[in-house]
Structures are given as structure tokens and as C-alpha cells.
Design a protein around this ligand. Structure first.
Ligand code: ADP
Length: 259
């Protein structure tokens, strides 16, 4: 973002919501949505009242990952009633549109949709609202940082240099918008062969931790490439809902984020 945006209205709290945490990435496909759904479920299992807003307008994957595909109701034609899944109150822009249609919205429409998701959804009382952002540094991120009082952002990256390069742009954006970065997560950080136990750093290793160190923000976790994580996401029951080392890894991040 080259220009400093001038918000027409200052950041506002979402009524009843204690903290808003945005989860961003520089690139798509690094596991941002996987991390968002699993953190939401892990937080809910720790007794938090959790909301998950899927704001990834170009590839909304939370309906699939959380296993919900009902269209949310709106009895009064204004307030949108969110859905419930795995103990999480959730809403996705994907539930309001045809899953097979590509989104070709322009900036103002995106902003309108996001504001609707924040202001018109009956979130109720929440300890934490997680927002799964679209990848990159576009209109949705800008609107969210300007219009909602964010507690902070978490950035997910894979270890490759190209992914890190883009993750740095996302970090830079949050800095410019005065959104505190609460930590970085390296996803797909290593692969352990289920047959022989050999560990391979397919996408490289350690780059995200080094970046966190360099910019002075917490390195929250290195999550491995894990077949069960992918299968669980595809099946609509996040791995964090069960018991496994991965579920424990997400529980540990959740405890750190919302102490
Ligand atoms: P993004 O939100 O960054 O676009 P997704 O969360 O949709 O990324 O993940 C992309 C794909 O990679 C999905 O199929 C997901 O199940 C898979 N995936 C994400 N994290 C892991 C992981 N740690 N191990 C294995 N597969 C993963």
C-alpha cells in the first residue's frame, strides 16, 4: 500500500465482541484458513466464546472446513443469524453466494459485504472473533483494519522464500495500519514420513522463525505437513476437534493467544 488511507470513520468495536484477531498471509494456499478454523475450535474447547468470520472473499473455505453449508437466516431481513459448528459461531461470505460462481466484486462492494459481516451479523457475546482474511494486502484488509478495532493480527507463512517475501508485505501492511502483529506461524514447516520417520524440510525450514526474530514478534508455532490435517479440513471436522499431537499444537497456540 503506497498511500496512507484516510478512514472516514475511526475503528469501532463490534458490539459484544471482546477481541478481534485477524489471520492473514501474503499468499494463498499456505494454510491460513486451516489455521483459522483450528484455532477457533481449539479456543472453543478451552471454554472461550469464539466467532469465526470467513472474509476470504475470493476463496471462502470455512463452510467446507467447518462442515456447514446452510444459508444463514435473517428473520427481520436485516440481522443475519450466524451458524454454529464445533462450538464456534461462524459466518462466511461464502454462505451468501453461489459456491460455483467466481467473485468479481469491486472494492466498494467488498467493503459493503465486510461491513455487513461485522455489523449485521448477530455475533452475540464473544471472547474472541477470528477473521480469516483473504491473502495479500487488498481492500478487505484495509477496510477491516480501518473500521474494526482489531486487537491484532497473526500472519501465516510457509517456509519458502517466495512465501516469506509476500508475508513481509502483509506484515508491512499491518504496521502501516497500526495493527499489532501478535505473532507468526510457519505452516507446512516439515514432513515426517509416516513409514520410516525420516524428516524432510520440503519447503525449507526456519525462515519464518528468523523473520519473527528479526522484526521482534513472537514465533507462535511451526506446524508440520500433516495428512490428517488436510483430510480433517476436507471432511469439515478440524483436526483440533479431536485428540492428536496436531490438536495439542493448536491448543498450545490458542492458550498463548488468549491467556
Ligand atoms: P489458505 O487459506 O492459505 O489459502 P488453506 O488453509 O485453504 O490455505 O490450505 C490449502 C490446502 O492445504 C488445503 O487443502 C489444506 O487442507 C492444506 N493444508 C493446510 N495446512 C496443512 C498442513 N499443515 N498439512 C497438510 N495440509 C495442509
Amino acid at each position: 500500500i503506497g498511500r496512507h488511507p484516510t478512514p472516514q470513520v475511526g475503528p469501532a468495536k463490534v458490539s459484544g465482541v471482546d477481541r478481534i484477531l485477524a489471520i492473514g498471509s501474503g499468499k494463498g494456499g499456505v494454510g491460513k484458513s486451516t489455521v483459522s478454523s483450528n484455532l477457533a475450535v481449539a479456543l472453543a474447547r478451552q471454554g472461550r466464546r469464539v466467532g469465526l468470520l470467513d472474509a476470504d472473499i475470493y476463496g471462502p473455505s470455512q463452510p467446507r472446513m467447518m462442515g456447514v453449508n446452510k444459508r444463514p437466516g435473517s428473520p427481520d431481513g436485516k440481522t443475519i443469524i450466524p451458524l454454529q459448528a464445533h462450538g464456534v459461531t461462524m459466518m462466511s461470505i461464502g454462505l451468501m453466494m453461489d459456491p460455483d460462481k467466481a467473485v468479481v466484486w469491486r472494492g466498494p462492494m467488498l467493503m459493503g459485504a465486510l461491513q455487513q459481516m461485522l455489523g449485521q451479523v448477530a455475533w452475540g457475546e464473544l471472547d474472541v472473533l477470528l477473521v480469516d482474511l483473504p491473502p495479500g494486502t487488498g481492500d478487505v484488509q484495509l477496510t477491516l483494519c480501518q473500521r474494526a478495532e482489531l486487537t491484532g493480527a497473526i500472519v501465516v507463512s510457509t517456509p519458502q522464500d517466495v512465501a516469506l517475501l509476500d508475508a513481509r508485505k502483509a506484515l508491512d501492511m499491518f504496521n502501516t495500519l497500526n495493527t499489532p502483529v501478535l505473532g507468526l506461524i510457519e505452516n507446512m514447516s516439515t514432513y515426517i514420513c509416516p513409514n520410516c520417520g525420516h524428516e524432510a524440510h520440503i519447503f525449507g525450514h526456519g525462515g519464518v522463525a528468523a523473520e519473527a526474530d528479526k522484526i521482534g514478534v513472537p514465533f507462535l508455532a511451526a506446524l508440520p505437513i500433516d495428512l490428517d490435517t488436510r483430510l480433517a479440513g476436507d471432511a469439515g471436522t478440524p483436526i483440533a476437534a479431536g485428540s492428536s499431537p496436531m490438536a495439542e499444537a493448536y491448543a498450545a497456540i490458542a492458550r498463548r493467544l488468549v491467556a
